[in-house]
Design a protein around this ligand. Structure first.
Ligand SMILES: Nc1ncnc2c1ncn2[C@@H]1O[C@H](COP(=O)(O)OP(=O)(O)OP(=O)(O)O)[C@@H](O)[C@H]1O
Ligand SMILES: [Mg+2]
Length: 297
């Protein structure tokens, strides 16, 4: 295991120096965001997709990676059947450009398929291929948004610990709050320096959303000595479920709905707060080298 990790690190380092040579004039960095939750079913996939669309509507280039094992969430929400998935990339060694599917507003997405189930037990050459291919996205996209599945498995934890930003989604329900806190605790224990951002979904009112977020932030500050960034709230809105049934994202189908308006607010905030981010510690290559490090731990 150690030898494999070491070889992969060398691979990333050599790719980094090659990339620095070839991209000296390029300063663009792809921000890697993992969307996760403690409790399942709180609205991660709907958030990931509509958030991605909101960023794309503001002119950002966004790639969504559906990292939900076994369930093709993003495809279903879009009413599409992907031709190729991440499993094809890993197993058949096709290129990342062959599995990128085009969605509305020019977003691109990678369907997970069952590929990620094997992510933990990949052979070195498969992992090399995956890493090499994902690193092709560096500078190509402004955001890589990773939607994770319900329940915390090793693969999901690896994505969380490697990302620049971790967006934790919770609802105001006590069970969701407790599970969100447990997840945040786990992340902070691993001493990663990713930004943890909080989104409260399905809030009955803005006040309820705000109070829920503040409650979580307060406990996290007090017991984990970690500052959470409160990204914002999405209201509980029947348009979301309606849009899911129609297989059209609510931001497109119901742009005037309360939930769509909330997403727009969050997008505005995200763009405002991340435009200033630069440096070597962000982006896909840093994400991948952390991904390998976590792999060793
Ligand atoms: N803001 C909202 N208002 C009303 N209903 C919502 C909202 N967000 C999500 N839902 C409902 O919750 C359901 C589950 O959402 P979603 O599939 O996005 O959750 P998830 O966290 O990705 O689930 P999983 O953990 O299984 O991956 C949706 O089909 C929709 O009916
Ligand atoms: Mg989901």
């Amino acid at each position: 295991m150690y030898d494999q990790a070491q070889r992969l690190r060398q691979l990333v380092v050599s790719e980094q120096s090659q990339s620095q040579q070839s991209q000296q004039s390029t300063t663009s960095t792809t921000r890697v965001m993992t969307i996760t939750s403690g409790k399942g079913g709180v609205g991660k996939s709907n958030f990931s997709l509509n958030y991605a669309l909101g960023l794309a509507a503001k002119g950002k280039k966004v790639v969504v990676l559906d990292a939900d094992v076994g369930f093709a969430n993003i495809d279903v929400l879009l009413g599409k059947h992907p031709r190729k998935t991440l499993a094809d990339l890993i197993q058949k060694k096709v290129s990342i450009w062959e599995i990128l599917e085009v969605g509305p507003y020019g977003i691109q997405y990678i369907a997970g398929g069952s590929g990620l189930q094997q992510l933990i037990h990949l052979q070195t050459e498969q992992l090399n291929h995956l890493i090499g291919q994902l690193s092709e996205l560096q500078g190509y996209a402004d955001y890589l948004i990773i939607d994770t599945g319900a329940g915390l498995n090793e693969g999901t934890l690896r994505f969380i610990l490697s990302s620049d930003d971790v967006i934790v989604v919770s609802t105001p329900e006590p069970t969701a709050i407790t599970d969100a806190y447990a997840l945040i605790k786990l992340v902070t224990r691993h001493e990663r320096r990713s930004n943890i951002q909080l989104v409260i979904n399905r809030a009955s009112t803005i006040t309820e959303g705000k109070q829920t977020a503040e409650k979580i932030a307060l406990v996290t500050q007090k017991f984990l000595e970690t500052d959470l960034q409160i990204l914002g709230y999405v209201l509980d809105d029947p348009s979301v479920s309606r849009a899911v049934k129609e297989q059209v994202p609510f931001l497109i189908r119901y742009p005037e709905s309360p939930a769509a308006r909330c997403i727009e607010q969050l997008v505005k905030k995200q763009i405002k707060e991340t435009t200033a981010v630069t440096g070597n510690e962000t982006g896909i290559r840093s994400f991948l080298s952390r991904f390998i490090r976590v792999f060793r731990e």
